[in-house]
Each structure stands twice: as C-alpha cells, then as structure tokens.
Design a protein around this ligand. Sequence first.
Ligand SMILES: CC(=O)Nc1cnc2ccccc2c1
Length: 445
Amino acid sequence: VATGAVQAEGSVGKITEPMRGSLKGLIDTQAPRGTRDFPPEELRLRNWLFGEFATVSRLFGFEQWDAPVLESEELFVRKAGEEITDQLYNFEDKGQRKMALRPELTPSLARLVLQRQKTLPLPAKWWAIGQCWRYERMTRGRRREHYQWNMDIIGVAGVEAEAELLAAITLFFERVGLSSKDVGIKVSSRKVLQSVLEQYNLPSDLFAKVCIIVDKIEKLPREQIEKELDAIGVPTETVQGVLSAMSIRSLEELEKLLGPNSEAVSDLKHLFNLASGYGYSDWLVFDPSVVRGLAYYTGTVFEGFDREGKLRAICGGGRYDRLLGTFGGDDLPCTGFGFGDAVIVELLKDKGILPEPKQKVDDLVLAMDESLRPQASGIASKLRKSGRSVELVLENKKMKWAFKHAEKCHADRLVLVGAEEWSRGCVSVKDLLKREQLEVPVNDL
Ligand SMILES: CC(=O)Nc1cnc2ccccc2c1
C-alpha cells in the first residue's frame, strides 16, 4: 500500500492510518531545521527577557501591536541586495499567492500605519515582540528564526525621537545588568554617505545599494568592498572618497569634510546633546561606518555592540522617512529599532549575569488521604481565588514525596489536608521558608 499503511485486521482494501510506534519507530522529535523548541526551562528565560522588553516599552509609554508572521511577499521584496531579502522565507500558497514569513517587523508596522494613514493620532509610539524568519541554506547552520523586540516612533521628524529610542535601549541594558563599559551604541547618519556621494555626483538611485555594501565594511576585506562598489558602477575615485569618509571618528572631522551647513552634522550634534540630557552620553560612539543593512534607512542609524568586539550587533535601528511612500502611501517621518533575542543572551552568558529563572509556585496542596481529595481541591480553589499559585497533588502521594516535590517547585508553603485537623476546621500549613508548621483554620487561609 503506497502510504506504507498496514492493513488493519479485517479491513478490506481500505487505506488505514499508517501505524505509528512499533512498525515505523519514533517520529523525528526534533524541531524543524534552524528553529528552536521552548520547553519550560527555556521558556522561563525567554519570558524573563520578553518581560524586560515589555517593561521598558511600558516605562516609555509605548503601545503594543502585532501582525501575522505570514505576509504577502510584496511587503519585503526590495532590490537593494540585502541579506534579509535575499534569504526571504517565501513560498506560493495553495491559491498561488506569493507569501513570506516576515523577516522583520517594520514593513508590517508600515502596513498597519497605512491602514489608518489619515486617522492615526501622531506621534504614534508602538512596540512589538515578534518571531521573524529567514530561509538560509543550512550550510551555515545558522538559525532560521529569532524573536525581535521593536520600538518605533511615527510622526516625529526630529532626532528627539532617536534620543528617546536610545534611552530605551540603554535603560534595557542597565536593567539587565550591563554598563557602558560592557556595551556601546555606535551612532551615525546615512546623510553622511548621501552627502559624500552627492559631492561625487553619484546618481541617487545607487544610494541604497551603496549602503548595503558599505554596511559590510567591518565584515569584509577592503578589496571586496571596493570590488562590490565597482560592480554596481561606483567610480574608483568615489569609492575612495566613501571609504575615507567612513574612517572619520569625530564630529569635528566630519564637519571639516561636510561643511558647517551639513544636516548630518547638525542632526548628530543635536542627538549627542539630547543624550547628555538623558544621561546616557557615555554609551554613545560616533562611527560613520555604521550604515546598517536595511535599504529603507534614510537618516540616523545606530547599533548596539559589545565593547570586547566578540559578538555580532546586539540591536540596531534608524530613521526610515520614505518607507510608507514605497508602499504607495504618503510619507511620514519614522524611526525605530530591532533587538534580537539571541546575541543579548550570548552576551549575558559571557558576562555571567544570565538569570536562571526557576519553577515557582506559592502553595503545594496535598490530601493526606484520598478520602479528603474533595476537601483538598476546595482548599486549592480557595487559595487560587485569592490569587495564590497552587499545585494540587493529583495522585495518592505521601508526605515524604510532597516535601521533595515542594522543594523542586520552590513552593513557599506545603498545605496538608488531614482528617484530624479537618475535623477541627483546620489544615496544617508548613512554611517552607521559615521552617515552621502551623495549624490554620480554613477560613484564615
Ligand atoms: C543570531 C540569530 O539568531 N540571528 C537571526 C536568526 N534568525 C533570523 C531570522 C530572520 C531575520 C534575522 C534573523 C537573525
């Protein structure tokens, strides 16, 4: 039989469900290639991390949004040679629709903004945590999914918006135990590159492609960058002008190159001043070689990095004032960042400050005798209604087992429902922290 199904006894010619287990052996229990499972011990850490993302977003008064992981492919098709679109997890669905699993959240955010273009109260300050996907030949063995925290501000043209986002990022780092000695944030503006390319009269339609190539400056040898720029038609003299501009390391030098009326210089000077107001100046590093690898950035760009230089970018973001226009809408000033769930965990591990959240329950309730199960269940309900987390032992276990289990789930109290105490309207409560035992009237629980 084609499906390898085994004819069950007595059935004639009917295709039965292929037998599992004994004949075919265990199914493959691993998560699909490049993806992760989150069993409880893993999900406790993820919940802690996402909790910190959510707390910082709340502290900044941002509103949470979400959208489907599945989007129309057209939302992500860009022609700038970005890795993120080269590796789109796309497919045709059963209706022959070209679909994709989102590789990032910003295009979906733009789609939601365009739904309400005229009526969206501005500025909008939105945050999200979403799983993002890429389809990578597993030769590189890299993951195909990660979770990304995003914060975006729509409707603020000034760098006050970027200053607020950088404040959120630095507050997050401080909250999880990192200092500006561990981590910095490289800041620049794509207007630097734009001005340089204008100085050399390079056609503006090459701008996005040049950015995507220059973004690889720290990852590839100089010759390769020169070759790739040459390959898209950037004259050698312009290439050298770009590369020397990227090596500038102070705003003073930048002003010498771009002149006193440069928008890039005034934006960045203003941003660094605002940063000192917030008190996070020592986290910032001006670095014009930072352009980020997304085609749609138009202005300020920034990325968090570990000062030891061991890890890939921790987070990154920038201004994208033209994105809405590329979807046929009216442009609005937008700026935002993405913060992945992988590098930060590696960094905290390296620093020895990765939390190990443990399983936790307030009370463990045990019926001392099966005949008291209804009473024990009632106690559990009463405690749960009062807001305490309660594990009710569901089988006929002895006290010794309950003590051991209470330790495993870090219960504060072990509540024993016994016949004698019950006859007096009480239960026995063992406070496992203070190591004392009390007989407590049920009504006082
Ligand atoms: C370190 C890591 O997991 N990076 C990662 C993993 N999956 C992705 C999926 C889509 C886009 C970017 C991604 C980035």
